[in-house]
Design a protein around this ligand. Sequence first.
Ligand code: S3P
Length: 423
Amino acid sequence: MVDRTIYNRHSRLQASVQVPGDKSLSHRAILWSGMAEGESKLVGIGPGADIQASLSAMRQLGVTIDGDKVVSPGISRWVSPGEDIDCANSGTTIRLLAGILSTATVQAVLTGDASLSARPMSRLVDPLRSLGGRIDTTPDGTAPLRLGGALKVVGASVFLDVASAQVRTAFEMAALAASGPSTLDSPGGFRDHTERMLVSIGLGEWASKTAFRITPGKLRPQRYDIPGDPSSASFLWALAAIHRDSKVLTPNVSLNPGRLGFLQILDEMGAGIEAVVTGSIGGDPVGDVIVRGAPLRAVSISGELVASALDELPLVAVVAAFAEGVTSVSDASELRTKESDRIEATTALIRALGGGVESRPDGFDVVGTGFLEGGTIESQGDHRIAMAGAIAALSADGAVTIRDAGIADVSWPDFYDIVESVW
Ligand code: S3P
């Protein structure tokens, strides 16, 4: 466990930072290249440990990956791995791969670290079984997951009660192997990277704002260009927003609307935001974002905005400590199912630095005191808590020690060196 102490040099942020490749799109590109027979190319995938988990899972199934080149025999010729596939800390690897494997002919067991082994997997079971997919969890509804060996895969119509892009994607990928079309609906606000990709290759179409129809078919090999990760850029956006004479440019990041809730929140709080779409990759918009600091005011966050800012909500709490008024986050009980219980981890972070915060079953309230003090915070084995802690540290009145800070490697191994070097 690597701890890190961070000091606020009372500087200002004036920088342009190219953030690492988007984690959600990197996982998808790796898994889709692995499913497609032939040679694909992965350009700019993320550097984190979660992405390594998806790469090594593909290798265990018989896919060859050499640098940016992926050569696959195709999903129908994958091999059943002799050993369990360890998805480490990566919820996206285990849930997406569970969907893909559930309707495949190979058989595999997916495991993870202590955090992943405690996260809910039962939400996958009914949707995948309705297609004829084969999936078993532990009696607690957690990993290890036993998957595959499906005999007959049929089209199905499913409604999910959570706005989970991971569960949606698992179902959509599983449904590609069915004998007929399927439909899927859920509450809105989710990142729709998978649906955009399926539309772009003619294997899916929107039936309504949230309902999607999947046409069975095979993925083909292709080149994937991965833009920067808006969830990683958010840490820099937050630092700039908090400090009035700061400005940061993050070029070439994904501007998928399901990822932009945090920018909308910063905008409503009063920060200066410019987002310019410069192009589109695989149907997904990309562009440049500039954030400028300004006096900030509190906001209330609920409904679809929660899903589109989900991974950034701990960071919202840090920014809220520097805004005038009480910021409240509601409808966010999903935060309790992430790498840590992010409602309690966020509350503990703000409290450890002398801030005013109360948790509720579905969110939290943060009192904007205008400052945070030094102290020691626990990452709770959660990369986004550790990284939100670093932004709090660079804005706090005293030194802040982050316990188990090394967990940031899950999404951005150079994170601390980069944010400290621009501050
Ligand atoms: C992700 C979806 C979200 C998000 C996670 C990545 C994805 O999870 O929190 O970091 O790539 O589909 P849920 O779909 O479970 O909300």
